[in-house]
Design a binder for this molecule. Structure first.
Ligand SMILES: Cc1cc2nc3c(=O)[nH]c(=O)nc-3n(C[C@H](O)[C@H](O)[C@H](O)COP(=O)(O)OP(=O)(O)OC[C@H]3O[C@@H](n4cnc5c(N)ncnc54)[C@H](O)[C@@H]3O)c2cc1C
Length: 398
């Protein structure tokens, strides 16, 4: 196994860097790098730039508009984008629903929905979790009852990320109750503007409105919006989750965050010296940097195995756990570095063009908010405890 990139892969990296240099708007990169709020328009702008280049749907086969990249190319692209401060691709349409439609959707569904994901006509959100059905997702209760050419949907989804921006939601719904719980689930595509849908905000610990509750009362959904077969939704749902967990280690995000932490630790002084020279703080930075280097190697090993025809198993779970722990540790160190500057939460300071008084260095405005926001990393996409269960089953056979 060779963990070095080939000459072709290095050339590809050069191509990605040149593209980022030319097309990533400085305004967006600066917002991302300084932890400022991104608007719906900001995310849509980056989406459109990638679509124009043909690099948006990098997990899709060429025939549907993907660039036909290898696993290594995707890794290089995603990490260089994160390091450059590109907004993340909103994953729900491109990285989650797209692959499910390509594998399980009808020809008519592919023809209609896939181009709309690419050109930004539709903004999808993910309706999986419910109160009482998160880790134990198959316990979901939102019901869809057939009535002629429609399903009538009643129930509630929760933690719906960016649901307030979306015009579509893909939902797991219960279509049978007299069978094993995994066997009575279907996968439905729902227009968020249908009468009977109500989106309520959930404001999280960091003061952000990123997630929502979505309520369904007698919502009529055409039967044509069923993906695949009725009661086979669990299979499609699991397939989608394998895509939710791609690039789960988030190496590029950690590399960018670590560079920011090091810059901040040079600006802050303790006892007349930069914090970066404080032996205890420097040791913590060194430890997380070593952990990150190790994880990078593991990530490359997994990619090399996939390139050789293997399928990642427990390794994905390991990468999820280590990747999220490292990101959380870096945001924790940044918050500590800012000390008292991280305490006052000036929400307006996270908006573009804030002209009020700066409180501490640039990194201070978002240090606490990002620390709190990053708590989510070990919860979603399958919590880290659930990942440990997977590892124990797959490796230890427990
Ligand atoms: C910020 C954020 C955004 C999200 N976005 C979306 C979204 O867009 N769409 C969507 O559908 N969902 C979304 N989720 C939901 C997410 O997938 C769930 O929060 C996650 O699956 C955990 O479910 P839960 O919150 O119900 O916690 P629970 O399942 O109730 O778990 C509570 C605790 O118990 C632990 N636990 C549970 N079962 C076990 C077990 N068997 N063994 C050991 N420990 C266990 C968990 O690890 C956790 O620590 C989001 C969540 C967050 C926090």
């Amino acid at each position: 196994m060779d963990l070095k990139f080939t000459a072709e892969e290095e050339a590809f990296r050069g191509e990605v860097l040149a593209f980022l240099n030319e097309r990533l708007p400085q305004r967006l990169a600066s917002k991302v790098s300084n932890g400022r709020h991104l608007t719906r328009e900001d995310m849509a702008q980056w989406h459109a730039i990638l679509h124009e280049k043909g690099w948006l749907a990098n997990h899709w086969p060429r025939e549907y508009g993907g660039p036909g990249w290898t696993a290594v190319q995707k890794f290089i692209f995603e990490n260089e984008c994160a390091i450059a401060g590109a907004p993340r691709i909103v994953p729900f349409g491109v990285n989650m629903l797209g692959p499910v439609l390509i594998k399980y959707g009808s020809e008519a569904q592919k023809r209609y929905w896939l181009p709309r994901i690419l050109d930004g006509s539709d903004w999808w959100c993910q309706g999986y979790s419910e109160p009482g059905a998160g880790s134990d997702l198959a316990s979901l209760r939102t019901a869809a009852v057939r009535d002629g050419g429609h399903y009538v949907v009643n129930g509630q989804k929760t933690w719906t990320t960016l649901g307030h921006y979306a015009n579509r939601i893909f939902c797991l719904v219960r279509t049978a109750t007299d069978v094993r719980k995994q066997e009575g689930i279907s996968f439905l595509l729902i227009d968020m503007n249908t009468p009977g849908i109500e989106v309520r905000p959930i404001v999280t610990l960091d003061g952000e409105h990123e997630v929502n509750e979505v309520f369904f009362t007698d919502v009529r959904v055409p039967v044509a919006n069923l993906v695949g077969e009725e009661n086979r939704g669990w299979t499609y749902a699991k397939y989608l989750l394998t895509y939710e967990r791609t690039n789960i280690a988030g190496v590029g995000f950690s590399v960018a965050a670590l560079a920011r932490l090091k810059r901040a630790a040079q600006k802050i002084t303790r006892n007349g010296k930069p914090l970066a020279e404080d032996p205890q703080f420097a040791a913590r930075i060194a430890k997380v940097e070593i952990d990150l280097e190790n994880m990078k190697t593991t990530n490359l090993r997994v990619i090399a195995a996939v390139a050789g025809g293997g399928v990642p198993g427990a390794e994905s779970s390991m990468l999820k756990i280590r990747g999220t722990e490292i990101r959380q540790e870096i945001s924790s160190l940044l918050r500590r570095a800012m000390g008292p500057y991280a305490a006052p939460f000036v929400e307006e300071a996270l908006e573009e063009g804030y002209a009020g008084d700066a409180i501490g260095p640039d990194e201070a405005a978002s240090a606490a908010a990002q620390y709190f926001n990053n708590r989510k990393l070990s919860i979603f996409g399958g919590s880290n405890e659930i990942q440990k269960n997977i590892i124990s089953k797959m490796i230890l056979g427990l």
